[in-house]
Design a binder for this molecule. Structure first.
Ligand code: HMN
Length: 295
């Protein structure tokens, strides 16, 4: 599982003006990351607008990423989370056929599922594919708080290798580490606490802002691995100046606009109900971009 440790970019899904998935821009985004040394990708997660795409589109996005990263020794994690188990099973089987290295799934979040039903959901997905599973914890979106007992149970299953932990509660992250041991991997999910997650025991991080700041986060990760805490603090401060500005707007349209301004993707289009920025908002972000030494 070593290849999954480290920094993993949660890829955006570029779209053309009409909102159709833009495979060419997606290839350019993957290439842009590979050229900067990034070798881990989380495909079709929250950042990838997974729940605004059809199951078939999600399959297509994964295939494009696998193709573009072929021969690059990249680790590719396919997010297969759905609100219904059978779609997740379809996506997991497809992920294996497509050549992904692992699957990941957010909890089924629409119909209030009991812990037993959530367990069954993961068991069913894991039984459908030999690929390793990464649980995706994102209580801010799902409203589901997973218990330490749940993680301990998951950690006891050979196919579950860890959790992507998207919460600012780093005490909980540390408690998962303490309860589940070092073999259960933890990826920090909120880039604004990248350093904190690492300090509390994360083995890596999966983040959306690595799309637009790959160099900064790559050197940030190296400083963290080397224990250079003053550089780590500087890097987090620099990243957070951008992230704080982004959080005044909306994560996905903001990152797409920046990637567009960087010349990586062809349009900043997002899928509704996400919306494009008004002309004033766009001007404000463009002005920030123009003076930011980071982006
Ligand atoms: C994914 O599933 O696509 C990402 O891994 C999610 C990732 O954890 C991001 N979380 C959300 O967008 C909710 C973060 O990178 C986040 O965008 C960033 O920390 C700003 O809050």
């Amino acid at each position: 599982n070593e290849k999954f440790k480290g920094m993993m970019t949660a890829l955006l899904t570029p779209m053309d003006e009409r909102g159709t998935v833009d495979a060419e821009s997606l290839r350019r985004l993957v290439r842009h990351q590979l050229d900067r040394g990034i070798r881990r990708f989380y495909v079709g997660g929250s950042t990838g607008e997974a729940f605004l795409l059809t199951v078939e589109e999600r399959m297509g996005v994964l295939e494009t990423v696998v193709e573009e990263a072929a021969g690059e020794q990249a680790a590719i994690v396919a997010h297969v989370g759905c609100i219904g188990t059978s779609d997740s099973v379809r996506l997991a089987r497809h992920a294996e056929r497509a050549g992904a290295d692992a699957v990941s799934a957010v909890v089924p979040f629409y119909y209030k599922a009991s812990m037993k039903q959530i367990r069954d959901h993961y068991e069913t997905i894991m039984a459908a594919t030999p690929l390793p599973m990464i649980v995706y914890h994102f209580p801010g979106a799902t409203g589901v708080q997973l218990s330490l007992d749940f993680y301990e149970d998951m950690a006891s299953r050979p196919s579950c290798i860890g959790v992507k932990f998207t919460s600012l509660n780093l005490f909980e992250l540390q408690q998962i580490r303490a309860r589940c041991g070092d073999d259960f991997l933890i990826w920090n999910g909120h880039d604004e606490v990248f350093a904190g997650g690492g300090l509390m025991g994360a083995d890596g991080a999966i983040g959306s802002t690595f799309n637009m700041m790959p160099d900064l986060f790559a050197s940030f990760y190296r400083d963290m691995a080397g224990g250079d805490w003053s550089s780590v603090r500087e890097a987090q401060t620099e990243a957070n100046a951008v992230i704080a500005h982004m959080l005044r707007y909306d994560v996905i349209p903001y990152e797409k606009l920046v990637l567009y301004l960087q010349g990586v993707i062809a349009t900043p289009t997002v899928r509704r109900p996400l919306t494009q920025f008004t002309p004033e908002e766009r001007r404000a972000i463009e002005a920030f971009y123009a003076q930011s030494g980071t982006l």
